[in-house]
Unconditional design. Structure first.
Length: 399
């Protein structure tokens, strides 16, 4: 068959990330190109690499380039680069599917409007995700679009795991419940476990997605049971610029004691807390690990402490533990953070293999470790491509 292509978009407030996947057999997707336009609204830059990792575009863009212009630039590049090829579909990462969207969905104008209802639940991400869908409707009229949600994988939690213990009526009216995020990453990891780590694939696993955004997911037999993120992606473990769990009384105090506005507090919670807030230096784990500053060290200590504490809580939910998986920027690249988290989990039966961890082997625990630990690179884009292909009937079988 002739090659078929799908475009995968992850549109954020300051960046548009995209991947193009190709299939020639209708059975699996192969990455053809991957790129981003970062720095939207400040100093935008287009960067694209091919499947071999070679740079095929790298240029500064006009300062005025925002989300919509970024899509114009991408459309133009696609039309040149894939002249004659038919784009079969566009898959989007959409952060919030609320209670209704329990799996990926083909988006029409009505669905798009319905998804806008969820903007208050994810004000920093959802509008950009949805604007990208609208912009694609305008630019590629006949190309079907699929929305894949970060919340869907968690929509099988028990009611008790979803509860937010505020007055019932308010929770019902406002949709206040523990939704959970990073679902596409956890779903991808869960989908590859039978191949990569078959001995734990049907067991009790904690996946630690440790990036700039970070959360942990408890998985039993491939299904999400609970996770550290909650109503918003602010809850759970400490992140690059978000605090993770905080006593709500401390937030009240920001309003009462400092006279801050809602917008001020929102900015503090999403952009100024976490590793950056503690260290006063950076949200980048690499810089903090390399720094001699005592607050940088404290930020790293707090990160490891909270990840370990959350792991203990999720082990309690699972009733034991068979495996731990590290993924995302920090989880995949920092041997030191993995070592420290594994050492803190010695009581659970995790025995790290120092050499395997340093060389970033797939399995990083010793042969006699009761609980195994693994490093598995996440691939949210491929997960979206798989869902898009399946929903659009492009794939004969699940890859
Ligand atoms: P997100 O997708 O949430 O923006 P990523 O998963 O890309 O984040 O992770 C980005 C983070 O990974 C960076 O902030 C950086 O701190 C961290 N990181 C990347 N490489 C390393 C490394 N070698 N050591 C420690 N941290 C790293």
């Amino acid at each position: 068959m002739a090659a078929e292509f799908v475009l995968i978009l992850n549109a954020g407030s300051s960046s548009l990330k995209f991947s193009i996947f190709e299939t020639t057999d209708g059975e699996s997707w192969k990455l053809d190109a991957k790129g981003s336009i970062e720095g939207l609204g400040s100093s935008p830059r287009l960067s694209i690499k091919n499947s071999a990792g070679s740079q095929i575009a790298d240029q500064d863009l006009d300062r005025q380039v925002g989300g919509r212009e970024a899509l114009d630039i991408l459309s133009e590049w696609l039309r040149k680069q894939y002249a004659g090829a038919q784009l079969q579909g566009v898959g989007h990462r959409v952060v919030h599917g609320g209670d209704r969207y329990r799996r990926p969905v083909l988006v029409d104008h009505e669905t798009l409007e319905d998804l806008r209802r969820l903007i208050p639940l994810a004000p920093l991400h959802q509008p950009h995700n949805l604007n990208a869908i609208e912009a694609v409707f305008e630019r590629f009229r006949c190309v079907p679009q699929v929305a894949c949600f970060d919340t869907s994988f968690h929509r099988v939690h028990a009611p008790v795991a979803e509860l937010i213990p505020l007055p019932w009526e308010i929770c019902e009216r406002m949709g206040l419940r523990r939704y959970g995020f990073h679902g596409l990453s956890f779903e991808y990891i869960s989908s590859v476990l039978p191949k990569v780590a078959p001995e734990i694939a049907r067991g009790r696993v904690i996946v630690a997605h440790l990036g700039n955004g970070a959360s942990l997911c408890a998985i039993r037999n491939g299904k999400s049971v609970d996770c550290s993120s909650s109503y918003t992606a602010l809850d759970g473990v400490c992140m690059g610029t978000r605090p993770g769990a905080v006593d709500p009384g401390a937030i009240l105090r920001l309003f009462q004691g400092c006279g801050l506005s809602v917008a001020d507090v929102e900015c503090i919670l999403y952009e100024k807390s976490g590793l950056l807030g503690i260290s006063g230096i950076s949200n980048d784990m690499r810089l903090l690990l390399a720094s001699k500053d005592s607050r940088a060290a404290l930020a790293v200590d707090y990160f490891v402490y909270q990840v370990s504490k959350q792991m203990g809580a999720l082990v309690a939910v699972l009733g034991g533990l068979d495996g731990v998986v590290f993924t995302a920027g920090v989880g995949e690249n920092s041997a030191e953070i993995r070592r420290r988290v594994c050492e803190a989990a010695t009581w659970l039966g995790v025995k790290i293999d120092a050499d395997a961890n340093e060389r970033r082997a797939s399995r990083i625990t010793t042969a006699d470790s009761k609980v195994s630990a693994w490093v598995i690179p996440t691939n949210e884009e491929l997960m979206i491509a798989l869902h898009t292909g399946q929903l659009l009937g492009l794939m004969h079988a699940k890859a």
